[in-house]
Design a protein around this ligand. Structure first.
Ligand SMILES: Cc1cc2nc3c(=O)[nH]c(=O)nc-3n(C[C@H](O)[C@H](O)[C@H](O)COP(=O)(O)O)c2cc1C
Length: 189
């Protein structure tokens, strides 16, 4: 039986994107819909996406990537994902649910992208302050990530480190380090 585990296993933060192959608009819309169907606290839906599948928006997002994300300059689609804490439940003990819910939406977008045969790679490596300013966003909006989206392509321009990562095994802590049936696995911190 096909399960969503296929997409979960297949999804990787790969970097070799095909800059010449556009992502059809309806495919981009399916990614956004997958994100927008996410669960959220009190159904607040605090996620906001700016879709750069054409200039000038795409160029604006490109201009704010950090150098280490050179490979994302080739992405035919760049998205920015933002939220603000006032758009979601703010409960005691620091439980601001906006980033939690927005992350869940992005996870769904990434899985749908994998299902579509796309690479979708989230990035923290961008200049959020200048980008916010250029987009004219209010102070309380937090742009958490840019997401590079495109079909797999040539990898010859990737750095040695990124080339290796492209074909690496998944790197995860042992499951017992993050999940337990006895107590929260925080050790003796
Ligand atoms: C919030 C977030 C920010 C990230 N920022 C970057 C980034 O700026 N540049 C980059 O190359 N990868 C970035 N990554 C990708 C991670 O390095 C990658 O997801 C992680 O190494 C696990 O690899 P996998 O996604 O292939 O399982 C980011 C991932 C997330 C979720």
């Amino acid at each position: 039986m096909a399960t969503i585990m296929t997409e979960i296993q297949e999804r990787r933060a790969r970097r070799a994107l095909d800059e010449a192959k556009d992502v059809p608009r309806e495919v981009v819309d399916r990614l956004l819909n997958a994100a927008h169907m996410a669960a959220s606290c009190s159904n607040k839906q605090p996620w906001r996406f700016l879709v750069g599948d054409a200039d000038p928006v795409r160029q604006t997002l490109r201009d704010h990537l950090l150098g280490g994300n050179y490979w994302a300059q080739k992405a035919p689609v760049l998205m920015a994902v933002a939220t603000r804490v006032s758009d979601d439940a703010r409960l005691d003990e620091g439980r601001d649910y906006a980033p939690f819910d927005t992350g869940m939406a992005v996870a769904q977008l990434l899985l749908q992208a994998t299902h579509e045969g796309l690479i979708a790679h989230p990035m923290a490596g961008f200049k959020p302050g200048p980008l916010k300013k250029e987009l004219g966003l209010p102070e309380d909006v937090i742009i958490f990530a840019l997401i590079a989206v495109g079909y797999p392509g040539d990898e010859s321009h990737l750095s040695d480190k990124h080339l290796e990562s492209e074909h690496s095994e998944r790197d995860r802590k042992p499951l017992e380090e993050v999940a337990s049936r006895e107590a929260f696995p925080y050790g003796s911190e």
